[in-house]
Design a protein around this ligand. Structure first.
Ligand code: SOE
Length: 379
């Protein structure tokens, strides 16, 4: 089996989910490559060293340019804050490396476009970690739609609700809180949470053509961790939009970090002519399914436990009835990525798919600002 040498940039929450995927994928899936955790790069050398020791990275680099320049690295994985994505991805592609990147691809579609051009010009495998596509129940919804089980689609709705930024005295910026600093994150919940909902939605239901949005920043000033000064908050704390899909269906999306009591409640529902499907991240191994063809007497919403061997990805795990969780979505994506590299096929969501999502998030922010409907540019 050939080695596939990985250089990881960033060691936060996402660095951990990705590292776990690199280690687990070959243990559960038949893959053509042996992932080798060659190097990790991060700003804090002591933390980088202990991260490397914990996950089994062979070496530590202080500057991402040194990892990109290394001849013994095949894949650059970007798990660092959003403001670093473009520069690293473009340099990695130019150096002929495969590139995987945390979502959102760029802080703006303009950044994402440069990244798409770089990977496509270099012809290197690429993928964006929109992991929720690979929850087995969500993958199953995609299969059911593709099989025509829902028929014509009328509605799509999605929410991603959190409550971790309600405290007035929570600072912005720095490690762990860069998501609150607009210069680093690019936007607030639009790029962080709605982007997930949009990626899944366009995968399931096709392109979004027009949006009408509203956003709000509830806490206008926060102390900045790096400067120690109280500074204006530039991110959107809450974001909601209506939209139209190319297939004629209508949708409503909402994301917030101010929904007291909700920690990471991603829900989606799609309503078709014949059937409807619903999914909830807090119960991620279940598909809620309504089929109008069922006999009237027993017709109703079914709650299907997606743990059987014939459900997507599940034959690779335990035995029917035993469920899997959040971390497995990353393992699935990495196993699919290795298979795609082996067969020379793309591993969606590719950077081009990530750009399509960034076009929508840009349009959402533009619409909220202008208080008008905004057309989404075609990829
Ligand atoms: C934010 O809290 C966050 O960690 C996102 O950045 C992730 O993408 C999402 O999956 C969970 O929430």
């Amino acid at each position: 089996m050939k080695d596939l040498n990985i250089g990881l940039i960033g060691y936060g929450f996402m660095g951990r989910t990705h590292s776990n995927a690199f280690l687990q994928a070959p243990k559960f899936f038949d893959v053509a490559y042996r992932p080798v955790l060659k190097a990790v790069c991060a700003r804090n050398p002591d933390r980088a060293k202990s991260f490397a020791a914990n996950w089994g990275y062979e070496s530590v680099e202080a500057d991402w340019r040194d990892i990109v320049a290394r001849k013994d690295i095949d894949l650059i994985d970007i798990a660092s804050p959003n403001d670093t994505h473009q520069e690293i991805a473009v340099a990695a592609a130019r150096a002929g490396k495969m590139v995987m990147c945390e979502k959102p691809l760029g802080r703006t579609a303009l950044e994402a476009k440069a990244m798409v051009e770089a990977v496509e010009a270099a012809g290197v495998p690429n993928s964006v970690w929109y992991n929720y596509r690979r929850v087995p129940a969500v993958t199953l919804i995609k299969q059911l739609i593709d099989e025509g089980k829902l028929g014509r689609i009328f509605h799509y709705r999605a929410q991603f609700l959190q409550d971790w930024t309600i405290a007035q005295d929570l600072p912005q910026g720095g490690e762990g809180l860069w998501r609150l600093d607009v210069s680093v994150a690019g936007s607030g919940v639009t790029g962080d949470l709605l982007a997930h909902c949009i990626d899944t939605a366009m995968w399931l239901n096709g392109p979004i053509t027009q949006v009408s949005a509203m956003t709000e920043t509830f806490i206008k000033e926060r102390k900045h961790t790096l400067t120690g000064k109280v500074q204006p908050v530039g991110i959107d704390d809450a974001s909601a939009f209506l939209c139209r899909f190319e297939n004629g269906s209508l949708a409503i999306f909402e994301a917030t970090r101010y929904a007291r009591g909700h920690k990471a409640l991603y829900t989606l529902e799609i309503n078709g002519e014949h059937a409807s499907a619903r999914w909830d991240l807090h119960d991620l191994h279940r598909l809620q399914w309504f089929d109008h063809k069922d006999e009237g007497e027993v017709r109703g919403w079914r709650n299907v436990h997606i743990t059987d061997g014939d459900h997507p990805y599940m034959k690779h795990w335990w035995v029917p009835g035993l469920q899997i969780g959040y971390e497995h979505t990353f393992i699935h994506q990495f196993a699919d990525f290795l298979q795609a590299v082996h067969t020379g096929k793309p591993c969606p969501p590719t950077f081009r798919d990530g750009l399509a999502t960034d076009y929508v998030t840009d349009a959402v922010l533009a619409s909220a600002k202008s208080r008008t409907w905004v057309d989404v540019p075609k990829g």
